[in-house]
Write a protein that binds this ligand. Sequence first.
Ligand SMILES: *Cc1c(COP(=O)(O)O)cnc(C)c1O
Length: 414
Amino acid sequence: MPAPDSRAAVLALDATDPTASLRQRFALPAGIIYLDGNSLGPPLASTADRVQRAVRTEWGGELVRAWNSCGWIDLPARVAARIAPLIGADGDEVAVADSTSINIFKLLAAALALRPDRPVILSEEENFPTDLYVAQGLAELLGERAHLQLVPRSKLLRSLGDQTAVLMLTHVDFRSGELHDMSEITRAAHDAGAMMLWDLAHSAGAVPVDLTACAADFAVGCGYKYLNGGPGAASFAYVARRHHEGLRTPLTGWMGHRDPFAFATAYEGAQGCAPLQVGTPPILSLIALDEALELFSQTDVEVLRRKSVALTGLFIDLVDHRLPDQGFTLASPRDPARRGSQVSLSHPEAFAVMQALIARGVIGDFRSPDLLRFGFAPAYTRFTDVWDAVSVLEDIMNDRSWDRPEFRVRPRVT
Ligand SMILES: *Cc1c(COP(=O)(O)O)cnc(C)c1O
């Protein structure tokens, strides 16, 4: 498809977008084009009221009674049931607790326990660092019993062997946005006798996933990216039903006990994946996540995916067409079937260019060493946002306004 050559042509795409009305449900600041919902999704317009009500009337009014009277104790399970259809799971196969990093720890340990004669956790060098750091920490803790093997993506399948306990991969690569084929890779892991753990941090809410169809064993993902649950929102963890019996988690806390209020001395895990609960859940944060997930109960993820593909495709076409000689290289797959909901461009001055974009109200992010990363959350990003963002990028490159000392100062969070 040739790139549209006018904003009017792009406006027509918004006019026929079946999901256009979802944008009104979000509280987005005026004058901002937000292309970083893959790092931190924005709040819904209703989230502030809902959380305020929870503080005032639930916490403030009911006090400790709210665990029962306001259903707080069941909130993690209710939130899990809302996430389940987005990832092709049943509600009782999903737990909502802790952070993604911590859930990776629990599930890697659970996978190793299911393969006691195999020590290897296999992953790719390009995987998100926390996934690798957690695996390193677990391997150190378990000594001889576990070992992290890292290989480049191209060697993954060849590296599966009779020592591999678990293959741990992220579905959508955080740098390039490239997708792994979940079915093919899960099958290869199983053929080698290994377990499969998927990290869906950049998938859930933007890229349809079917954990049941691909027969995955375990999965994790974030509540605060495309699910819009708020900074530090709880993570989700999936355990296929066939592994519920005998699930071994190394973090045995009272909230995962079969009867926490019996205050028994000995740990006895609850049914299903409930042992993944460890301590007291963060209720205020879960309330914000619950509110955000309501949006998806009225939305078909396949429709969102079609829009996401159209948004990222439009961005690539416009960059190709309008910025051909500015030193940008596409760092994401051109084939939409192999691309998540983001587009990354490499550029030698990526950091300064991204700072200049942010100063002009176009918020994406920078990923070391040279990537500008743009996330296109389909629920609230308009086609005109894509057009306008590329126009600002074109301006910044043409007038070299990125080339200023203040745009070279690196804050702690990029
Ligand atoms: C964002 C992200 C995480 C974040 O983990 P936290 O424990 O929530 O900080 C983990 N894995 C991947 C692949 C991510 O993209």
